[in-house]
Design a protein around this ligand. Structure first.
Ligand code: ZN
Length: 468
């Protein structure tokens, strides 16, 4: 039950523009009513920082089943790379029945909730039976995934993938049949049916996700641009160098140039990864300002390369974050990796702070905090990517909140001034004391009520997969 009004008082509250000390968030009917100084009678949460819930803008929930199972070299396979990982991922994808998909998704979403995530953008491409035949309801697996997110308590943007082929002139391979729609009109009809099915749940939204320029032909990208309306569009772009060469051979241009030429590059679009951008692509994203979904944990797991984050931020291109392949689900870590990868590239410190002036007024003391650039990645930029009014404790926004434990050793002696830096550089999922979505408690005292049942169901699936 959602009480009509709660007044949550905290040692610190991260507001849209400042960190407030001893403040209260008033929640009414599931939304933030106001943020004000604490007053007697408010519900005192004690030594916590209250923040907007974190936004995981790019997830493939089922890939939680791969964790720990791909971190080895197979005998005779010294060439292990992204593509051989993808083959293992496909085999796992094809071993999951609908109950398994739901159980594994639930596990991933539970871990996100416990790590302070309140909204997930689920890039969903597992649609059909392993032989490619649609289920009685062609959206059956998407419904399972949305159901898993909602049962855990997360807000979910289901980014329904459109997938057609293995690559230029090559039909889908056997292990890709679960992802494939026969033509773009059928695919778009299925997206519409999915959105209509969930229209009654304000915490569910549906976006369009042409998988990549490798997996759909140009005509599909153009059809998506015509059909998108006010829906968000997500695509994998420029993750691997081989994709760039392939796109140049087929279209005579880079993936970003192609996406732009198809009318798909704009503020409602998210390019996932974007680890390999040429000068022309930089100019296009600087003009069109899509969101870039960075998944630095996954990008380094897969050997994708470095995101040129400093160059993007200097051009006022927003960066969101995703847990993507789920080898690790920790949005705090994803935040710092964006900066740390830039430090390793530049062999300097505090690299992203150089783009501070592109986003914030000059601070009076001249101190340019890197965290001022990192915190929006996990909050407001993620919300922009998913087209949702979340990510900030602003009046009228859904009351999606996270309470972070200031007594946790990681955060000991934090101050209003150092809080964002402490969160971005030193916090972890274990600092999360509580979360709320639309004012309803999801994680309470560090616990989720469905934790044991979720772990048991997940272990059963994994025992079977490991034995198979
Ligand atoms: Zn992905």
């Amino acid at each position: 039950m959602t009480p009509p009004e709660t007044r949550l008082r905290a040692r610190f509250v991260i507001g849209p523009d400042a960190v407030h000390t001893d403040a209260t968030v008033v929640v009414r009917d599931g939304s933030v009513a106001t943020l004000r100084p604490a007053a007697p009678g408010d519900t005192d949460l004690g030594e916590v920082a209250l923040a907007p819930g974190l936004i995981n803008a790019h997830s493939h929930a089922f890939q939680r089943a791969l964790r720990g199972r791909t971190e080895h070299l197979r005998a005779g396979r010294e060439d292990e790379d992204f593509w051989s990982w993808r083959d293992l991922m496909y085999r796992t994808a094809n071993a999951l029945d609908p109950d398994d998909v739901e159980a594994v998704s639930r596990m991933a979403f539970l871990e996100m909730a416990k790590g302070g995530v309140t909204t997930v953008g689920e890039f969903h491409y597992l649609h059909h039976a392993p032989d490619g035949a649609p289920y009685a309801d062609p959206n059956a697996l998407a419904h399972r995934v949305v159901r898993a997110a909602r049962d855990v308590g997360l807000r979910v943007a289901l980014l329904r993938v459109l997938y057609h082929r293995a690559g230029p002139g090559r039909p889908a391979e056997a292990l890709q049949r679960r992802f494939v729609d026969p033509d773009v009109d059928t695919a778009l009809d299925r997206v519409d049916a999915l959105a209509a099915h969930w229209r009654g749940d304000a915490a569910v939204s549906v976006g369009l996700a042409p998988h990549s320029v490798r997996a759909v032909p140009r005509g599909w990208l153009e059809a998506v641009a015509r059909a998108a309306g006010d829906r968000v569009v997500h695509l994998h772009a420029c993750e691997q160098r081989a994709e760039l060469a392939q796109c140049a051979a087929e279209h005579g241009m880079s993936p970003v140039a192609l996406i732009d030429a198809c009318g798909l590059l704009g503020p409602r679009t998210t390019l996932v990864h974007a680890t390999h951008l040429d000068d022309d692509a930089f100019a296009r994203v600087a003009r069109a300002r899509p969101t870039i979904a960075a998944c630095p944990g996954t990008e380094r797991n897969l050997g994708d390369g470095f995101l040129p984050a400093a160059e993007l931020l200097a051009r006022r291109v927003p960066i969101a974050l995703g847990s993507d392949g789920q080898a690790d689900i920790d949005l705090f870590n994803e935040m710092r990796l964006v900066e740390y990868h830039e430090r390793l590239r530049a062999e300097r410190r505090n690299v992203l702070a150089r783009a501070h002036g592109a986003w914030h007024p000059a601070p009076a003391d001249g101190r340019l905090e890197v965290a001022d650039l990192l915190w929006p990645m996990a909050t407001t930029h993620g919300a922009r990517s998913l087209g949702l009014p979340v990510g900030a404790l602003a009046p009228g926004a859904p009351a999606d909140l996270v309470a972070l434990d200031l007594r946790h050793p990681r955060l000991a002696a934090t101050t209003a001034r150092t809080l964002l830096a402490d969160l971005a550089f030193s916090a972890g999922p274990d600092c999360v004391r509580a979360t709320w979505v639309a004012g309803r408690p999801v994680v309470v005292d560090g616990r989720h009520p469905a934790q044991e049942a979720t772990l048991d169901a997940f272990r059963r699936v994994m025992r079977r997969l490991d034995a198979g």
